[in-house]
Design a protein around this ligand. Structure first.
Ligand code: DQQ
Length: 626
């Protein structure tokens, strides 16, 4: 790949004449058909028949194929694969594949939550839950890595290991607080020798060491133990501290009472003795245990980030909880009142755990930090595996971290945050290819001229024809990404991209918009990521992820995709809704991976949806780490 190559533009004509261009039924005449009408027509018809069948086979395949049980009845719950004789099953995926090129992951073994991210003396530090001995969870320590740009990382020795009674069953998740005098305080959960969750303090042995290699655990740990009324196994993951009032700092800890998720708050003046505050910061019935709380301010009139202690006019507070019950990260916007120490959601209908998700895909235990150098708030999140532990042990590693994302308040909608990959990721771009004005007819699949399409930064916009929208009276009310998927054709979708696809489309992951329209004329737009056909391997959990994305009047639909071998992070409408997929392709790997545009809506009105444009496609090179 040529990093200095000029931008190569492929016109719609190029696409149409490329051998693999597929268009369902009404393909316009090709030049050949003008020259030799009958043979040409026959050839076109035959190709169309072939391609239609191919696409039909691929795209329209039921994502949940039926199988027969012993009575000959259809068993809707059993995938077809499970009744295919062993010998004709597709081979399991090769476990060597799937390591990412520019996402953070350790050289080997298990990783989960990001911990204590911070910036200190020229380096970004990332700590993470890590098992140094195995590719499955256990013996949890704090792994440690540093970076100058949040993208290229150097691995450092373990920061903390379970070596005291107060953390001998695991040095669990925690956060860093930078004090105004330059001190760095880590608060983390220790799982004690007796399996009690307690909170501990640690600090750097030498603050003038930019790499913060050595960490000291406070001798009088633990500094917080489960209070009365809280189960000893429901008290974990302290947040970054925020300065409150009268010289006091506060931190929040996740817990639950029965099935009500709660955020407890402790107060301190010295980070060695902590007092529980009365009441809770917030509670939401039915949400279960809140793990990995995150609580931070966002300005409502600026795209900068704020230090965690900032509050006042023009500030909202994000409260994020990772729901242990279903392993999903939820957040809500609201107002923090330091006098009452309570946080109130802007919209109680969209409270924590029942409203907005940080990421609608495979993503959990996220945590932000304030980057004082670039004055931005940066979010990390854990992308886990969806295969089985046996495969993880075979491949020798498990999990990656998402690309760090800046977080800002959405000043246009006023109802959500915006997440966007940190700008440093753009420095990895090698080639930019534009496909301008590509029109997608209903049922079409258009290859983009990219080989080795495994490391991509794709920006795509889709202009939906007003006539199609207005001419459709009602479409897919009650639509839901997870129950339908790219194979289901609607009046106004799905349309988008097929990534990590092989040439013959035996494997691909569609990321797409789907528009539903209610009889009152209102629309809902969804961004979905469909893993059902992402791999020929059958020992993988494949899901269809997604959620709604706000689209304001006059906005065109846009998505940005970060593709990295086995990870697809999709950002819709500038990052209002984000969906991450973890996939395990067997054929669409390395040089065999391709990318396509597609439009799988079924009605003739779909013709007028057709203004689709991929306006940028950057290729990345593998990033050596370590
Ligand atoms: N992971 C940690 C806990 C946290 C959980 C243990 C969330 O502290 O609650 O590895 O993934």
């Amino acid at each position: 790949m040529d990093s200095n190559s000029s931008h190569r533009t492929t016109t719609p004509q190029d696409l149409e004449h490329s051998a693999a261009y597929t268009r369902l039924p009404d393909h316009p005449d090709s030049p050949a058909s003008h020259r030799r009408p009958l043979k040409g027509l026959a050839r076109v018809l035959l190709s169309l028949l072939f391609l239609s069948s191919l696409v039909a086979l691929i795209l329209y395949q039921d994502p949940h194929p039926q199988s027969k049980d012993n009575d000959g009845k259809r068993d809707l719950s059993t995938p077809l694969m499970s009744v295919v004789p062993e010998s004709s099953m597709p081979p399991s995926r090769g476990v060597a594949q799937g390591r990412t090129a520019y996402h953070f992951q350790p050289m080997k073994n298990w990783m989960n939550d990001p911990n204590g991210p911070l910036y200190h003396l020229g380096w970004y530090h990332l700590f993470y839950q890590y098992n140094p001995d195995s590719a499955i969870w256990g013996n949890i320590t704090w792994g440690h890595a540093v970076s100058k740009d949040l993208i290229h990382w150097l691995y450092l020795p373990l920061a903390m290991v379970p070596d005291h009674w107060f953390d001998s069953n695991g040095v669990w998740t925690g956060s860093a607080t930078l004090l105004p005098d330059g001190q760095i305080i880590i608060l983390y959960t220790g799982d004690t020798d007796d399996y009690v969750q307690v909170q501990n303090v640690a600090y750097p042995a030498n603050l003038s060491d930019p790499l913060l290699l050595k960490w000291v655990k406070y001798e009088d740990n633990p500094v917080m133990i489960p209070p009365t009324g809280i189960e000893v196994t429901d008290f974990r993951d302290p947040t970054t501290g925020w300065y409150a009032i009268n010289g006091t700092w506060r931190i929040a800890i996740g817990s639950k009472v029965n099935e009500t998720g709660i955020a407890l708050v402790y107060e301190t003046t010295n980070f060695t003795s902590f007092e529980p505050m009365d009441g809770v910061l917030h509670a939401v019935p039915g949400t279960g245990m809140w793990e990995c709380l995150d609580f931070y301010p966002v300005p409502t009139n600026s795209t900068n980030g704020l230090d965690t202690s900032v509050n006042g006019p023009g500030v909202k507070h994000v409260l994020k909880a990772s729901l242990d019950n279903d392993k999903k990260d939820f957040y809500a916007l609201g107002t923090y009142n330091p006098s009452t120490n309570t946080w109130t959601p802007d919209d109680p209908q969209m409270d924590v755990g029942i409203g907005l998700r940080v990421d609608y895909g495979k993503y959990y235990a996220s945590k932000t930090f304030y980057d004082q150098i670039k004055q931005r708030r940066v979010l990390w999140g854990w992308i886990g595996e969806t295969d089985n532990a046996g495969d993880d042990i075979l491949k020798g590693w498990a999990s990656v971290q998402s690309i760090p994302r800046t977080v800002v308040f959405d000043m246009k909608t006023g109802t959500n945050i915006i997440q966007w990959p940190v700008e440093e990721v753009e420095e990895l771009r090698l080639n930019n290819t534009e496909y301008l004005g590509v029109e997608l007819a209903p049922g079409s699949v258009v290859p983009l001229n990219i080989t080795s399409a495994t490391q991509l930064d794709i920006s795509a916009t889709f202009e939906v024809d007003e006539a199609a929208l207005e001419g459709t009276l009602e479409a897919d009310v009650g639509y839901n990404c997870s129950t339908t998927g790219a194979s289901v054709r609607g009046a106004l979708g799905p349309f988008g991209l097929l990534v990590i696809a092989d040439d013959s489309l035996t494997e691909f992951t569609p990321v797409y918009f789907y528009i539903s329209k209610d009889t009152d004329g209102s629309y809902q737009t969804f961004i979905c990521s469909d893993e059902i056909r992402s791999s020929n391997a059958n020992d993988i959990n494949k899901r269809i992820y997604g959620g709604t994305v706000p689209v304001l009047d006059g906005e065109i639909l846009s998505m940005r995709l970060l593709v990295d071998h086995s990870i697809v992070e999709s950002f819709a409408q500038g990052g209002r809704t984000v969906v991450t997929s973890r996939i395990y392709p067997t054929k669409a790997i390395y040089g065999a991976a391709r990318v396509f545009l597609f439009n799988n809506c079924h009605r003739s009105e779909c013709h007028s949806i057709g203004q689709h444009m991929v306006d940028e496609l950057g290729l990345y090179s593998p990033v050596p780490v370590g």
